[in-house]
Design a protein around this ligand. Structure first.
Ligand SMILES: [Zn+2]
Length: 61
């Protein structure tokens, strides 16, 4: 389902989530398939470089 990815971006909210630390508040299960952005390389730095912001629930600032 989510696979082995470390980070998942939500194109709707432009938030990036750390899947290993996800909380129910992240609403990952409610994220539409077409809104799911995976990253290559699969790093927070790369996600931020693509204008995603850290989710406060699973990453913080
Ligand atoms: Zn999150």
């Amino acid at each position: 389902m989510i696979g082995m990815a470390g980070f998942l971006g939500d194109k709707q909210t432009t938030l990036v989530h750390h899947l290993a630390n996800m909380k129910k508040e992240c609403k990952i299960v409610e994220m539409k398939l077409q809104d799911r952005q995976y990253f290559t390389p699969d790093t927070l730095e790369n996600a931020k470089s693509m204008n995603f912001s850290s989710c406060m629930w699973c990453i913080g600032n």
